[in-house]
Design a protein around this ligand. Sequence first.
Ligand code: RAT
Ligand code: ZN
Length: 448
Amino acid sequence: MGTTSLKSSEQTGAIRAGKPLAGDQIELTVEEVLSSTPFVDIHTHLFSPAFGKIGLWGIDELLTYHYLEAEFFRSSDTTPEKYWALSKREKADAIWQALFVENSPISEATRGIISVLQSFDLPTNGSALKHARAFFAAQPLEPHIQRVLQVAGVSDVVMTNDPIDPEEQVAWNNGGQKHSQFHAVLRLDRILWGWQRHWQELLRQGYAVDERASGKSVAEVRRFLADWVERMRPVYMAVSLTDEFQFPDESIASKILGEAVLPSCRESGLPMSLMIGVRRQVNPALRLAGDAMGRADLRAVEHLCRSFPDNRFLVSMLSRENQHELCVYARKFSNLMPFGCWWFMNNPSIVEEITRERIELLGTSFIPQHSDARVLEQLIYKWKNTRVTLRPILTNSYRLLRQDGGAVTRQVIERDVNRLFRGNFEQWTGLRFSPKAASRPSRLSRQS
Ligand code: RAT
Ligand code: ZN
């Protein structure tokens, strides 16, 4: 993590002593606290080394991130058909040429690549790709992971684990993963909204379910969830939902969510994460890059929070138009935790707007960001950008508080940053994450 040199020893004394900070000391202290607090990254698509090849890292994976693929088709004549026929390395070459050589990398996702190269002291000019490939090829994975986490200022990474993904099952069936800094999440997309295509996989795993989720299917889904909770030890269950998501309705998803998933969450003391607003495959030719977004009806969240008061919900919305409503619902329901600026929201101008709004409406009772990293080194630029964006926002909040007559000390700032980027998630999951990540997280005695 970066450190910040203090302006003078006098200033250092005041900041350290826990005395109220002067107006001009606030920004420096916020910056210091943000850079020295290890964050818990509550949603990524990263995998610990136990999962082998599905854990992505290195320059070719960074360049073929689907956020960059979407941008590539805007700056190249290559058709999606031609692009998908290329090897990974050829795809990376094409993206580098189009987005970094022929154009300036000033979008959020392209800047991220430059930032990652720079953090490893690698060249960022035309010849960068050759040097980067040599550099990453020489890195042994586990020390490289430790270095990335350290540079990113992240102590813990939460994965996304699909219990019916054949590639993941290899690892889970071989004793699972025990990495102290990677934590599992039981992701239920294929079961909740993909039941028609995937119910037979549950059957194959030994659970007596049927196509219409009738009869004892619900009880069997609960048994399936209990077994996977035992195997994965997840920190929460999760699903992403379309902009058309309604609850309750007549769908199988609604039935399984209400009758199987939420009762299982209560039983195992796990929160449920809902990521709402995706419009899947508006352009299927772009594959993973082909999803878009739409404004959702938050009355579904209202129904869930009211009907299931003993469940805790983590909620992220994909549409900018839903962000204000989400804050308002969080004021109504204390079992609702807004989190992150997800996917198309993760751009500094929008993160800034959303975070200011959340602070004004919710104080520090939300989780500002998650990385959604798919490639290990993305942690570096995504968390760097979060810290850069948060600095003026928090500084402004403390300046306003000071103007209103409140005392702002370093301890206050530390407490707040810790709550935003660690404590709220710990409270929701009932887990204590060690900042040094020396051991697996321990369960707190409180289980609400
Ligand atoms: O942000 C992304 O990478 C998306 O493709 C999705 O994976 C999304 O984050 C999700 O978790 O569904
Ligand atoms: Zn995601």
